[in-house]
Write a protein that binds this ligand. Structure first.
Ligand SMILES: [Zn+2]
Length: 252
């Protein structure tokens, strides 16, 4: 039996029985972890409030190494991110980020970068009003730290760095295609180098400044076609929370 201690973010929390919850965490030290929280559904639970999705906690759990399900010992709140739950746009955006991490990771694979990306993004979401740029930034960075970074500097076919005017994008090759190669191979979508520059910025800009980066009209959909569709090609299905995000964007 081992006792494990780590910083973690609650990804989701579901009912397991009349008294217990099954909680999925993205931890800093041990990757994604699932724990049974005994008594968590009782009114006077010692886990009160600490198992809400998006809560940043100091987690202590135990169990045998390599087992799938652990027992929750303690979850002390470091940051509750309660402001995210008071605003529907922020709440659903946060739920979407959580869902993405859950869908893109497997259990017990340490990934400090994903934990940090999620924590930084929840902080940014709490402190700013824009959320579309943050979603796109999160999508492309999650792909990158998961080893699926799209190639935005060189043509995915001929490797040239010289791309002017219209640029294509190949989902199969996971990268941009120059004008010359586009004529020969064709691509599913094409966009201007202006859009390409915004895509590159999503990879380099400080996540706390995502609220300041606004896409020109029409470009937001082009960018979504790259980042969100790339995510879908890995996950293999649409994310449950995504229609809510789309509706919010439509309402503005
Ligand atoms: Zn080329």
């Amino acid at each position: 039996m081992g006792l494990y201690r780590t910083n973690a973010i609650v990804l989701r929390s579901i009912k397991l029985s009349e008294t217990d919850k099954l909680v999925t965490f993205m931890s800093e030290q041990f990757g994604k972890v699932k724990c049974v929280a005994r008594g968590a559904r009782k009114i006077k639970s010692r886990f009160a409030g600490s198992l809400e999705p998006m809560t940043h906690v100091y987690l202590i759990y135990f169990g045998k190494e390599n087992q799938q399900l652990f027992s929750l010992n303690n979850a002390d709140i470091i940051e509750s991110f309660h402001q995210l739950r008071e605003d529907f746009q922020k709440l659903y955006t946060g739920v979407y980020l959580n869902e993405l991490v859950d869908a893109m990771t497997v259990e017990m694979q340490e990934d400090k970068q994903i934990f940090q990306l999620l924590l930084d993004s929840l902080n940014a979401l709490q402190n700013q009003s824009g959320f579309e740029t943050l979603c796109r930034m999160f999508e492309i960075r999650l792909l990158s730290v998961s080893g699926h970074r799209p190639e935005l500097n060189h043509c995915a076919v001929c490797k040239t760095a010289k791309v002017n005017g219209w640029v294509g994008f190949s989902y199969a090759r996971r990268g941009i295609v120059c004008g010359h190669c586009m004529k020969q191979t064709g691509t599913e979508i094409k966009f201007t180098t202006g859009t390409l520059n915004y895509l590159r910025k999503l990879l380099t800009l400080d996540i706390n400044c995502s609220g300041r980066l606004k896409f020109p009209k029409g470009m937001d959909e082009e960018i979504e076609k790259i980042t969100h569709r790339l995510i879908l090609s890995h996950v293999g299905r649409e994310l449950k929370s995504y229609p809510f995000i789309k509706n919010m964007a439509a309402i503005g």
